[in-house]
Design a protein around this ligand. Structure first.
Ligand code: LLP
Length: 421
């Protein structure tokens, strides 16, 4: 459930009418609902009641400081994958001991920064990374808590670009081969082996692959304990899918019940890294129709938002529901339309063959489920400035990332001194 609803035929974000925001802020813009963020966090947390569990929001899904702060205030820690993300969560006020650092390519600089910040745990993904982290910790006379991410070779049944738990993916260390790496880690100075981590992909719409992978992880914990490791943490990653208006993924409650069943009696702290589940449907992208272009075969609705603002349809063939801001403005029978942006690529399609009443030029449209992997993946392709992010709470709103100006866009470039100005 979200808080983007029609009141008297006008789409609102909580109590804020979207046409008002479009008027004052201009289009396109992303809009986030505080109440929806809080609700999604609460629903996931409640699904884990009774477990010794901690939630680390995967900020890669949406790293706006206001979003991170909202979730931190609701009780979330943070899962990060770069030095930049650590800086973001610290700026948003997340306590260092609520930060987990994942990712396959942590540099020594990033490790040192994270270590000095006093983060809770590093999730290590390879043997060379283990050596590097040991070096960095030893140079500081420190000992860091680590989990090692295992790769269970399980097919998550999701899009191949966001599947991470197969043996041909770059993530984790194959299990059971990873046993030797745990043994090596135990010998290395500066490292305290605390946990097993696993994450098999994103936007999973079935529980079975999770269950298969979690059983492997639970067996791994038991095996590693019998090898002599004091494993007391199990990081089960993120990945639970959300409804984009087509598939109906499992509920957090069903996911929680499965986790309880699979981990019963294990005696580990369980760690979770949900991203999309919390933020996807707490955000929308509001755009204005520039032109409606009819050809012999197609109706193209050309909007001021484009693939640089929402890359998911282009990159993964993702489906985002499209709805009008004003109900009943356009009339007629529904027809298939392509909603496209102004970017000079045929792949710049936000919604393909969508059956809808053809909107009119200047109409406002909303692309739903744009709270996750939308603003964070935006680019300035075609020299299009980054668009604002707005957060709503009740009847209040705030611009939480301002629109990039053309001056700011140009300021990132410089002419070499051998060129005359
Ligand atoms: N933990 C780790 C180690 C991850 O790699 C990810 C996501 C998560 C947690 C959070 O997964 P979530 O709960 O959001 O599914 N850009 C793609 C999604 C990439 C996901 C990358 N890793 C998309 O737009 O679908």
């Amino acid at each position: 459930m979200d808080h983007f609803t029609y009141k008297n035929g006008i789409l609102h974000a909580e109590d804020v009418p979207l046409p008002d925001l479009a008027e004052t802020i201009g289009t396109p813009f992303y809009c986030y609902s505080t109440a929806t963020l809080q609700r999604h966090y609460r629903v996931f947390a409640e699904a884990l009641t009774g477990l010794d569990a901690e939630i680390f929001y995967a900020i890669k899904a949406n790293d706006n400081l206001a979003v991170i702060r909202t979730l931190a205030e609701a009780g979330a820690g943070a899962d990060v994958v770069s030095g930049g993300e650590i800086r973001k969560v610290r700026a948003a006020g997340v306590a260092p001991d609520r930060i987990v650092f994942s990712g396959v390519g942590k540099t020594r600089e990033e490790m040192a920064y994270a270590l000095d910040a006093g983060i809770l745990q590093f999730n290590v993904e390879s043997e060379p990374e283990l050596d590097a982290l040991s070096d960095v910790a030893r140079a500081r006379d420190a000992t860091v808590d680590i989990a090692i991410r295992i790769n269970p070779d399980v097919d998550a049944g999701t899009h191949h670009k966001i599947s991470t738990g197969r043996k041909d993916n770059k993530f984790g260390i194959a299990w059971p081969e990873a046993r030797a790496v745990f043994a090596k880690a135990a010998e290395l100075p500066g490292l305290a082996v605390r946990g097993v981590a696993i994450h098999i992909g994103s936007q999973l719409t079935q529980l079975a692959p999770f269950e298969q992978a979690f059983k492997i992880a639970v067996d791994a914990v038991r095996q590693l304990r019998s090898d002599g490791h004091a494993i007391d943490r199990l990081d089960l990653g993120g990945g639970l899918g959300v409804p984009y208006g087509i598939a109906d993924p499992p509920s957090p409650a069903d996911y929680g019940a499965m986790v309880k069943r699979v981990t019963a009696g294990l005696g580990c702290k369980l760690m979770f890294e949900p991203g999309r589940l919390i933020v996807a449907n707490a955000g929308i992208l509001v755009t204005r129709v520039i032109y409606v272009k009819r050809s012999a075969h197609k109706v193209f609705v050309i909007t001021d938002a484009a693939m640089n603002d929402l890359i998911r349809p282009t990159l993964y063939g993702a489906h985002h529901a499209v709805v009008p801001v004003l109900q009943g403005r356009a009339e007629g029978t529904p027809e298939p339309v392509d909603i496209v942006g102004p970017v000079c690529e045929s792949g710049d399609i936000l919604a393909e063959n969508r059956e809808m009443v053809v909107p009119l030029a200047d109409d406002l449209l909303v692309l739903r489920s744009a709270g996750a992997y939308a603003a964070v993946m935006a680019s300035t392709y075609n020299a299009r400035p980054l668009v604002p992010e707005v957060m709503v709470r009740g009847a209040a709103h705030a611009v939480v990332r301002k629109r990039q100006t053309y001056d700011e866009l140009l300021a990132t470039n410089a002419l070499p001194d051998w060129m005359s100005p």
